[in-house]
Design a protein around this ligand. Structure first.
Ligand code: GTP
Length: 495
């Protein structure tokens, strides 16, 4: 052993390496005292036995290009070794570069996707591709979380709008859906019941905004059937308490510190006072999420206004020959941002629209369909609320979109009437679209002084502007929305 601490360290390492790599296993004699060295003997051993590509942290990369790969830039091929002067060496200093032996991430993901596509008949790609999937969330487990979950299966498979191309529909698990909670929310148009749904299909929390203020008055007899969620009112577990039911919203009447009456699945709803044929069917809107229009008041679209207008119209009192009853219906709020393409793609589409393309072309340029929404979940929510069922009342649907009517009918929703959603900025120049029923009249709030004109979203009132005009015209001209356009001649033209 050397006395020089520097040399003795290296020699110790080499001796240890020799010993560890010897054909017969080493026997520790206690001659090598433990110390911290610059060279970790275990790393040396790992490097010597596992090949040049193994480093402490990287199992698929070389920071120093492999000596066994003469082609790699910077590597050293000893068979070609020639003595060079120190001047030459300085000129040809090898550049050490980071070299990865993995294919680029995009290529590896691409390959993985092709394999998944083969295995799943194309479904995996649709669900896993982060640029196509709306929220970058993984699909949920197709099985319900627990066996006691009350489920509602929808009647038919998802269909996209008729604007969609005819590619093969992915095979999806049967839809299971459940209302997890409900609560009263006061709004400028009156109280509503907000229902939150979970389902096994898309990992999103879809909502139902139920307008049925008559339910808050549990003392007076009801004139119309209550709009309640069957899955919420069901018994979830044998051990659930009244407080469990009340907390999740399964109660009747209005909650207060003094009144807490849980609903019961065995509770028989008293028959309505008014015969069903005299009642107008509940007014329904299937609304798609629009962060820009509803939250930051974007004037590129009328989505915020439409949401507000729908709640306002549904909340209007209904005047029957002998009595005026509160408005009733629901907005089913679907988390299908950007007509199903997601917020990220919608933001990109807006930039393409600023370049001069319309809303349909911008979607197509991004590799999306003009409309990627499905209505199976919306249909199942309506069914859970007892709306639009074959055996119950039909519904009146607030929309201009013929595809939506068709898609909902395909899901088994009984639509007895379509009610137009005329943009507020167009209302003054259009003929009055007020709904007329033989002896039923919707009370206009201005007349009664009940509620101010619906204007609750950011910016309030009517949305207007060039961007919106272009958007609305495209919906009429390219997506077949059923609204008359005002021509340059000053006349309305049905498209
Ligand atoms: N991709 C895309 N989506 C948009 C654009 N503007 C609004 N949206 C989305 O469109 C959805 C609302 O769709 P609308 O066409 O207004 O309504 P609709 O449901 O088809 O028809 P109506 O029932 O008549 O209102 C929301 O999800 C918005 O986020 C846009 O320029 N591009």
């Amino acid at each position: 052993m050397h006395d020089d601490p520097c040399c003795s360290g290296v020699e110790d390492d080499l001796a240890l390496l020799d010993l560890l790599t010897a054909p017969t296993p080493p026997v520790f004699t206690g001659r090598y005292k433990r110390r911290d060295s610059d060279l970790d003997p275990l790393m040396l051993l790992a490097a010597a036995t596992s090949g040049p590509h193994v480093t402490r942290n990287h199992y698929a990369h070389d920071f120093f290009p492999g000596v066994d790969d003469p082609i790699a830039e910077g590597s050293y091929d000893w068979t070609r070794w020639q003595a060079t002067s120190s001047k030459d060496r300085q000129e040809r200093k090898p550049r050490l570069k980071y070299v990865s032996r993995q294919a680029p991430r995009s290529q590896r993901l691409g390959l993985k996707r092709v394999e998944e596509d083969k295995e799943n008949g194309g479904v995996a790609r649709e669900l896993a591709d982060p640029l196509r999937n709306t929220e970058n969330l993984p699909p949920r487990d197709p099985q319900p979380a627990s066996s006691h979950v009350e489920v509602i299966s929808a009647s038919a498979s998802t269909i996209a709008s008729s604007v969609s191309t005819t590619s093969a529909a992915p095979v999806l698990p049967a839809l299971h859906l459940k209302c997890m909670a409900r609560t009263r929310v006061p709004t400028p148009h009156g109280p509503v019941f907000l229902h939150l749904y979970h389902n096994n299909r898309d990992n999103k929390e879809h909502l139902a905004i139920v307008v049925d203020p008559a339910q808050l008055d549990s003392e007076s007899p009801a004139h119309a059937p209550a709009i309640r969620s069957a899955s919420l009112d069901a018994v979830w577990t044998e051990t659930e308490t009244e407080m469990d039911r009340i907390t999740r919203g399964a109660y009747v009447g209005r909650l207060s510190a003094a009144t807490q009456k849980p609903s019961s699945p065995f509770y028989v709803v008293p028959p309505p006072l008014t015969p069903s044929e005299a009642l107008p069917s509940p007014l329904i809107r299937i609304h798609s999420e629009c962060f820009t229009g509803e939250t930051i008041g974007s004037m590129r679209c009328d989505c915020g206004e439409q949401l507000d207008e729908a709640i306002r119209q549904i909340s209007l009192p209904i005047k029957l020959p002998s009595v005026t009853i509160p408005g009733r219906g629901a907005v089913i709020y679907m988390r299908q941002e950007g007509r199903g393409i997601g917020l990220l793609s919608k933001i990109r589409a807006y930039n393409l629209q600023d370049l001069g393309h319309d809303t349909v072309t911008a979607n197509l340029m991004l590799g999306h369909k003009a409309d990627e929404r499905g209505y199976e979940i919306a249909g199942a929510i309506l069914k859970d609320l007892g709306l639009g069922t074959e055996e119950g009342e039909g519904v009146r649907l607030l929309t201009n979109n013929p595809d939506k009517v068709q898609a909902l009918e395909h899901e088994g929703v009984r639509i007895v009437e379509r009610v137009s959603m005329v943009p507020r900025s167009w209302q003054s120049r259009h003929v009055d679209h007020e709904h007329e029923h033989d002896d039923v009249q919707i009370v206009t709030p201005g007349e009664e002084g009940v509620t101010p004109k619906g204007a609750t979203m950011i910016g309030g009132g009517a949305v207007y502007g060039d961007d919106l005009e272009k958007y609305l015209r495209t919906k009429v001209l390219r997506m077949g929305h059923m609204l008359p356009l005002l021509g340059e001649d000053g006349l309305f033209h049905d498209q």
